[in-house]
Ligand binder design. Structure first.
Ligand SMILES: C[S@@+](CC[C@H](N)C(=O)[O-])C[C@H]1O[C@@H](n2cnc3c(N)ncnc32)[C@H](O)[C@@H]1O
Length: 274
């Protein structure tokens, strides 16, 4: 059977998807030739693209672990992507074996590959849904059976909000999820930015994603900071002030080494709901 014939139901292997591109850059195998071709074109025209992906995933893992270290034992990971090494439930359940994780993603490739990984783990579940529909996501029986929304939750939204255009009101959407969780919950967001990107690379990114199943809507720092309105921003490192920072720098042990050009492709922050 060819690679294309083996595509799970609902997956169009001829059109690259953000989840599969991301998986490829992380060294995963849940991708097709069309994804690999576009990924390599992006890498050729945006040399720091792969570094940005790795820096973002590093932030996601460190932020989840830090939130768990604050005593949070349930997580809602929106736009979770494919389960790869170091995924959220492995990270937080290594710190607290009783931690619960619900993944949400709208790409059918995630559902196709997650079921085997999650079957043996009763504390972890996947909802295949569009996060732009918070009513459906939050009412999901799978979510309600796994997470108690009356207790604090770690809301993780890494590298996903830049797939939602301004007219989809991503700020209002984040506020809906924050409103649904208990005080003492945490919000972690990372989000792509063009603030430091040369114009030819901006165009390369636009051209590339125009060929995929989703457009990207990178934002300046001030627009990304607005996702945390009304929340208590946390310091990215024990010696730092509470602030938005670049993904490599959040929780970095060696700030100088982590301050790469790829890291500067995404801002991030973690904040607490008072
Ligand atoms: C770049 S990956 C990020 C994965 C992971 N959050 C991380 O940062 O390591 C973006 C993921 O968001 C998912 N996604 C994009 N738009 C979405 C939406 N409206 N609802 C749910 N998932 C979405 C994609 O399918 C993809 O898996």
């Amino acid at each position: 059977m060819s690679e294309i014939e083996s595509a799970p139901p609902g997956v169009d292997p001829t059109v690259p998807s953000p989840a599969r591109l991301y998986d490829y850059f992380l060294g995963g195998t849940h991708n097709f030739q069309a994804d690999r071709d576009l990924a390599e074109q992006l890498r050729a025209r945006i040399p720091d693209f792969a570094d940005a992906v790795l820096a973002n995933r590093g932030f996601h893992v460190r932020a989840a672990a830090w939130i768990a270290s604050q005593g949070i034992s349930q997580f809602l990971d929106l736009g979770s992507g494919l389960p790869t090494a170091n995924n959220t439930h492995e990270t937080v359940q290594a710190l607290n074996p009783d931690a619960k994780v619900v993944y949400v993603d709208n790409d059918p490739i995630v559902g196709a590959h997650a079921s085997a990984l999650l079957a043996a783990n009763k504390s972890t579940a996947l909802v295949v849904a569009d996060m732009r529909d918070p009513v459906t996501v939050l009412a999901s029986p799978v979510l309600r059976d796994t997470i108690d929304l009356h207790a604090p939750v770690g809301l993780l939204m890494s590298a996903v909000l830049h797939f939602i255009p301004d007219d989809g009101d991503p700020w209002g959407l984040v506020a809906r999820y924050v409103a649904a969780v208990a005080p003492g919950s945490y919000l972690a967001v990372s989000h792509g930015t063009l603030d430091r990107m040369p114009p030819d690379q901006i165009q390369a990114g636009r051209d590339g994603y125009a060929r995929s199943s989703a457009n990207v809507y990178m934002r300046p720092e001030a627009d990304i900071a607005r996702f945390f309105d009304g929340l208590e921003m946390q310091p990215p490192r024990p010696d730092a002030e509470p602030e938005l920072t670049y993904v490599g720098l959040w929780g970095a042990e060696d700030v100088e080494a982590a301050d790469s050009d790829g890291s500067r492709g995404l801002y991030c922050g973690v904040a607490r709901k008072p």
